[in-house]
Design a protein around this ligand. Structure first.
Ligand SMILES: Nc1ncnc2c1ncn2[C@@H]1O[C@H](COP(=O)(O)OP(=O)(O)OP(=O)(O)O)[C@@H](O)[C@H]1O
Length: 204
């Protein structure tokens, strides 16, 4: 088995945050916790190359981020914000090019009806949109998924289904960095837990 981590972050900093050093192995789920305003979203956005880093290295399977285009990197290292964006009125329009049978299966696993693909986003609940955001993320086959409080609007049964679907994906090798405020959730899903404070990682 390779000892190169799926995701390696070394000395990553922006003008106002860091340095951050961490790694996530293939098939691993690392939980990020910390007070509101601690810098968790800032870290995920730096890793996804959505905000410009001032220094540091980010590698995917040993290859530096600079070797890929920005969009190419973000397809492999996919950031799912706490409030995911939708750019077309109908759900199905966000799944162009996706394996629609797999999309249907994932939606069903999250308790969403088949007909939801033809629904208008403005008619869906926050929790339905939050579950669809995960289906959309997974349908793109990322190597690393950066999840920012992804289950904040869900009931307990939906949360457990959401976690189970992600456990299947880590079982196939996907790596996850998962921001949550729930200690119970961290205990269920996290192989390891890191804490962010004052816009930097706290040492364990
Ligand atoms: N682009 C920016 N420029 C300046 N300050 C920023 C920027 N983005 C975030 N911040 C600040 O950095 C701090 C950390 O924000 P961040 O969104 O990472 O917090 P968080 O840990 O994700 O909090 P929460 O749990 O509430 O989502 C906050 O004080 C925020 O105002």
């Amino acid at each position: 088995m390779s000892c190169i981590p799926r995701l390696r972050v070394h000395g990553l900093r922006s003008a106002m945050a860091g340095p951050f050093d961490l790694h996530v192995d293939a098939g691993e789920c690392v939980v990020l916790m910390g007070k509101s305003g601690a810098g968790k979203t800032v870290l995920l956005r730096l890793i996804a190359d959505l905000d410009p880093p001032r220094a540091g290295v980010v590698e995917l399977d040993g290859a530096r981020r600079e070797r890929l285009s920005g969009p190419g990197w973000r397809r492999r290292v996919l950031y799912q914000p706490a409030e995911p964006a939708w750019w077309s009125p109908v759900v199905r329009q966000h799944f162009d090019g996706a394996d629609i049978d797999r999309v249907r299966a994932m939606a069903a696993a999250l308790g969403l009806p088949d007909a939801i693909l033809d629904a208008e986003l403005m008619h869906l609940s926050t929790g339905e949109r939050q579950r669809l955001a995960l289906v959309r993320s997974l349908s793109r086959g990322p190597s690393v998924l950066l999840l920012d409080e992804p289950t904040a609007s869900l009931d307990q049964a939906s949360i457990l289904a959401y976690e189970a679907l992600l456990a299947e994906e880590t079982g196939k090798g996907m790596a996850i960095l998962w921001v949550t405020h729930s200690r119970e959730q961290a205990g269920r899903v996290g192989h390891r837990c890191l804490t962010v404070a004052d816009r930097a990682l706290q040492s364990a």
